[in-house]
Design a binder for this molecule. Structure first.
Ligand code: C2O
Ligand code: CU
Length: 476
């Protein structure tokens, strides 16, 4: 059963068709700070208005960092230190989580678990080193299903000591909005229907905060395209018509360059993918980029619009990124743990454990809970840890999706290798921090528990997370 959402998909095409041209600026001028140095950033979470649906629609009331959606792009050099002061003017508590960054637990931005929520009018300063190069992002962890879906997200790019020799380094932060006809956010955040089905799927997909029509390119150039899925629920399967994107990194971590299976770049919420895109099309021609994840709901995301110029590329060979300094799990000594995902519509789940006691599904649903990990539905951010791991030891999580839905599972503070899918070895033993499980799929991941603290492990469909699909893993 492939989750779809009929009610909201109908107007997306209309909204997309109405969008204006979107030309993304080259990033070459934006200098990253050098390794070992400190970069200071100020973010202010506040309500604002931006043009989400394009020029033919009124502006959309959004929740933003510094009045912009996405928030400011943060660029630092690998090994440098980042200091971000977050002021909260949202009108409700918030936090900022640095998705994919291996940082000290108290900087992880999980309310109550790693810090007190930042109250309205207060500030909090995050300060940490960035050990790994790659494409990361930041977003609130407080009521994420609403705060992220209203526009609170931004890119965090950690540059390699030697940047890749490409003509342009471009970020596409993908998001998905459920807007009313006058481009206001539909106010029904965290509905029981969204929680228990595919999450809040929207009707307006944006690139860098705005519906896009065209992305101007020049024949011959090579682009490093950094895709980030900041949607709260939507999974993307991007196809670049008549182009051959090569995947060079997943979740920020270098991977052997390859063409994605069936030419589809699959990105679940939370995930990133770095592509090397060689502009092999003809001047003045347009080539569509389509999202074909949900059957019957395919749509054109944007066009690669070739100008009449022909350029030659600075780059003539395949590039492989240097690996990040990740600890290699010792598979022969690794402890195994079963992680069973349960619940949702059509699973037949009758009851689960909530706050230490059995609860039947009707009672759970009344509390907005529909999902479990190992039979436990969690709410809030403070839980009894699912498991306690000895610091420095290796572990294999044998995950099994016993539901009829897709779940991108994200582990904080660590990066893991994806070893097996349904018992078969993965092609590259990819390093990831978020791994997508198809309905009924089994996936094994391995990692070294080398970072002390209580770390969230949850589904990045943010309505599923709120609906119980989360837990904490303690490293001590
Ligand atoms: Cu991207 Cu727990 O989050
Ligand atoms: Cu999920």
């Amino acid at each position: 059963m492939r989750p779809t959402n009929c009610r909201t998909a109908l107007t997306r095409r209309a909204l997309l068709a109405a969008g204006g041209a979107l030309y993304l600026e080259p990033l070459a001028e934006r200098a990253a700070s050098a390794a070992g140095s400190l970069k200071e950033i100020h973010l202010r979470a506040q309500q604002s208005e931006t043009s989400v649906a394009g020029p033919r629609y009124p502006k959309t009331p959004v929740w933003s960092y510094n009045h912009s959606v996405p928030g400011p792009e943060i660029r630092v050099r690998q090994g440098s230190r980042l200091k971000v002061t977050v002021a909260n003017a949202l009108g409700e508590p918030t936090t900022v989580h640095w998705h994919g960054i291996r940082l000290p637990n108290r900087m992880d931005g999980v309310p109550h678990l790693t810090q007190a929520p930042i109250q309205q009018g207060e500030t909090f300063t995050y300060e940490f080193d960035v050990p790994d190069a790659g494409t990361y992002w930041y977003h609130p962890h407080q009521r994420g299903f609403e705060q992220v879906a209203r526009g609170l997200f931004g890119a965090l790019i950690v540059e390699e000591p030697e940047p890749l020799a490409v003509d342009r380094d471009v970020v596409w932060m993908l998001s998905d909005w459920r807007l009313t006809a006058d481009a206001k956010p539909d106010g029904n955040f965290g509905s029981l229907h969204d929680i228990s089905h595919a999450g809040r799927l929207g009707n307006t997909v944006t690139i860098n905060g705005e519906v896009g029509e065209k992305f101007a390119v020049r024949a011959g150039e090579r682009i490093r395209l950094r895709l980030i899925n900041a949607a709260s629920a939507r999974i993307f399967a991007l196809e670049f018509k008549d182009h051959d994107p090569r995947v060079i990194a997943i979740d920020g971590q270098p991977v052997q360059p390859h063409t994605p299976p069936s030419g589809r770049c699959i990105l679940a919420p939370g995930m990133r993918m770095d592509l090397l895109l060689h502009m092999t099309g003809r001047p003045r021609n347009h080539y569509s980029v389509e999202d074909r994840f949900y059957r019957g709901r395919e749509y054109r995301l944007i066009d690669l619009a070739y100008t009449d110029q022909v350029g030659s590329s600075s780059l003539f060979r395949e590039v492989t990124l240097d690996p990040n300094p990740l600890p290699e799990p010792d598979l022969s000594a690794a402890q195994r743990h079963d992680v069973i995902l349960g619940g949702g519509m059509m699973s037949g789940m009758m009851a689960a454990t909530v706050h230490g006691r059995r609860m039947d599904i009707q009672d759970m649903m009344r509390r907005g809970l529909a999902w479990t990990i190992n039979g436990v539905a969690e709410s809030g951010h403070i839980h009894e840890p699912m498991v306690t791991l000895k610091r420095g030891s290796s572990h294999i999580l044998r995950m099994q999706n016993d539901t009829a839905w897709w779940h991108p599972m994200h582990l904080h503070g660590h990066v893991f290798r994806v070893l097996l899918r349904n018992g078969e070895a993965t092609r590259f033993k990819e390093w990831q921090d978020t791994v997508l499980l198809a309905p009924r799929e089994r996936v094994e991941i391995a990692f070294v528990a080398d970072n002390s603290g209580d770390w969230m492990f949850h589904c990045h469909v943010l309505d599923h997370q709120a609906g119980g699909m989360m837990g904490t893993i303690r490293v001590a």
